[in-house]
Design a protein around this ligand. Sequence first.
Ligand SMILES: *Cc1c(COP(=O)(O)O)cnc(C)c1O
Length: 392
Amino acid sequence: MAHPASSQPVPLIDLAAQYAPIADEVMETVTEVFSSQRFVLGDEVTALEEEIANYVDARYAIGCASGTDALILALMALDIGPGDEVITSPFTFFATASSIHRVGAKPVFVDIKPETFNLDPEKVEAAITPNTKAIMPVHIFGQCAEMDPLWRIAVKHGLQIVEDAAQAIGAKYRGRCAGVLGTIGCFSFFPTKNLGGAGDGGMITTDDKELAKRMMRLRVHGDVGGYEHVEVGLNSRLDALQAAVLRVKLRHLESWSTARRTNSEKYRELFDQYGLDGYFDRPEIYADRKHVFNQYTVRVPNGHRDVVVKYLRDRQVGCGIYYPKSLHLQTCFEYLGYQPGDLPEAEKACLEVMSLPIFSELTDSQLDTVAQTLCDAAAEAINGGQEYRKAA
Ligand SMILES: *Cc1c(COP(=O)(O)O)cnc(C)c1O
């Protein structure tokens, strides 16, 4: 044995470790909300909206009930509905496409770039029809999609861009933050996102005053005040408790993102050290982008992914499969008429990806355990237990 057998369990994410050092701050602010007895919208939400707008450098930020609702409100504000098409990625969380369906429009899936798992701009233009109204790129795993070619396509064809930035708060593309890279940006505060609340929550960002006003009324049943309903909206407000918790956490977000990025560097060193690069494909990082690593996703080639995942899980090393099924092949989207093989890169990614622990509080010894276990898992997958060594 070249290394000791790993023993400690490593969770995929450890929210308790994140909470422990900020527990006092969180409980203090939660107590204040209870004292105020103002639970829906209000000062805490307004303050968080201002802070998020500042953080991503947007003119307006509008809190809502979830990332899914952020996407729905954005599409509603752009008057996208029946008869319209929205181009998006099939390799994403379900809500990206369901929001398009939910407003009555048609999701049009375009394949991904294998290196980034993001929408392939070269394939977008071919999917445009007279009904196309918007492109919805997803900054998957926390790295921005290739926006420059998407901007050019959007301008050329008069399309809106709605960013699904649910996994990418704080991520940057050529110096600008996710959330201001399109007409409207949509964030999620689901607990496992980089900025996670104590339940569901979401935020919409835009520089457009009229769209901001419209989304603010759409989240409260289209009410312009005094029970005057000028259109039918949703009940999709952010709770004061969520906003209060998120404001505490936002103060730590930069350092948490830095820790995630540092962990990705450590993985690079460990992959070198253990010779894992010949087997696993590490995520590509681009100089014009700031990756915030909501997920650290590697590829396991040769049909070995499921063996490797089982090996890790049996040894209590957390790993996730995001995503096991491309959205164009989901039962609920059968009506769109896609067949297996239509979007080969997305389908291949679904068979090969595996996400490893990357959370901010991960220790060096936990990182080492992950790398050692990967080494053993590769050995298991390749030659039934012989220690894996780089071919070189
Ligand atoms: C989490 C997520 C959403 C939905 O956010 P919720 O707050 O869970 O509704 C949408 N898109 C992507 C890519 C996500 O990761």
